[in-house]
Design a protein around this ligand. Sequence first.
Ligand code: SAM
Length: 160
Amino acid sequence: MSRLDSFISRMQSQREIINHVKDNAMIAPDGVILEIGLGNGRTYDHIRESFPNNRIIVFDRAVGSHPASTPPEKDLVLGDIKDTIQQFAGTNVALAHADIGTAYAEKDARTLTWLPQSVAAALAPGGIAVSGLPLDNPELEPLPLPVGVEPGRYYFYRKR
Ligand code: SAM
């Protein structure tokens, strides 16, 4: 698979899984959503459109998003997510989406030393995690992938 194919597959997977969560009413209508990695703000915008009544708290080192998809300041948490996400442990988050893989094996291995347990700690029982990196954690049960999502390209879990 070319890098272009892989990129397209990642975008498609993000959209399919987010749409699946919405279409199947998998999260509480008033539950908090964590968008882990704002980047350009494309997935933030899709999540915002899909879940207009849920608060979305967004993490990144700095704001680099398009002005049309930049979150309000009150919902932005800036800094290293490894540190900033810790304050959400035990807060009963409904949905966490993490798009912070880099395709550099060493960097991703470092992220995986803290991301799975941090996401698991933030989610409510029954909460949903969607991630570009695998979240191997005993509290996170893998869910069947929606049609159109290539196994191993994106990951989908429910907290036990
Ligand atoms: N899903 C986003 C979109 O649709 O535009 C793209 C996210 S981009 C691939 C990943 C973002 O996560 C980057 O903006 C990067 O700065 C941020 N990021 C990755 N690791 C981080 C960390 N440990 N702390 C803070 N930000 C991080």
